[in-house]
Design a protein around this ligand. Sequence first.
Ligand code: F3S
Length: 299
Amino acid sequence: MTIKCADSAGFCFGVKRAVDTVYDLLAKENHKVYTLGPIIHNEQVVEDLASQGVQVIEHPDEIAKEDRSQAILVIRSHGVGKFLYDALEEKGMRMVDGTCPFVKKIHTIVNEAWNQGKSIIIAGDGKHPEVQGINGWCGNTAIILESPEEAKAAVLDTEKDYAVVVQTTFRQSKFDDMLAILQEKGLKMEISQTICSATEKRQKEAMELSQNVDKMIVIGDKKSSNTQKLVEICKKNCENTVHIETICDLVLKTFKKDDRIGITAGASTPPAIIKEVVVTMSEIENVNVEEVSFEQMLE
Ligand code: F3S
């Protein structure tokens, strides 16, 4: 059995930075740590942090007035709108900013363009917290377009100046199609290419790996959209693709002695979970059996 784990599997720079921030605060501070939304789309990490006293809240108002002086609020890598920074300042609350620097850069572009009187177009998913946060840097006035169809249907003004940004995890080819449609409308646009290369690299590697293996394991939270995207890509090339959250989910899958196994993981999958899968698979290889199920192994 050969096992190849993608180099880009797991945490991207921005997610690692945000998660490390929370663990660092727990190690160094006596204050109660809160995160604005789950710090990461990974139940195991969120549960581990909760067991150490980290509380997930949706709004700073959820922290009682009398507790605020002892609270530190961490903003996750997706970032938030300007009104939240203003609210925290007004309440005199301590905040640690875990916004990914690539997302922060989009906030700056959008805010500057908006202050110059430009209208903002965001290519992205309007329900995603990153897009909602970006929109919060132009007074929630952005036109959010999720697909070429929406770009086609959008009623836009050729007299206006537009600044166009794109969600960091958006697909480049889809963004290019949308730009072509907007350009056909004759709009005056300043385009910022703000797609993050970490996602593209992970997807490209998953595609290449899945073309050259018999079985593909994708590790990541079922709710993580970037993990689902990896599963989709791998399934196109390798029908024996399985999506697992932890090693426990592999219990009933069977592997053969001469299988070539590929492993990748979404941006919010911790290194420990990936390692556990790789190590367990390697141990099966050492057992040197014809065919084995994880159920038998565990027994
Ligand atoms: Fe940042 Fe890119 Fe990750 S934008 S959060 S490094 S996917």
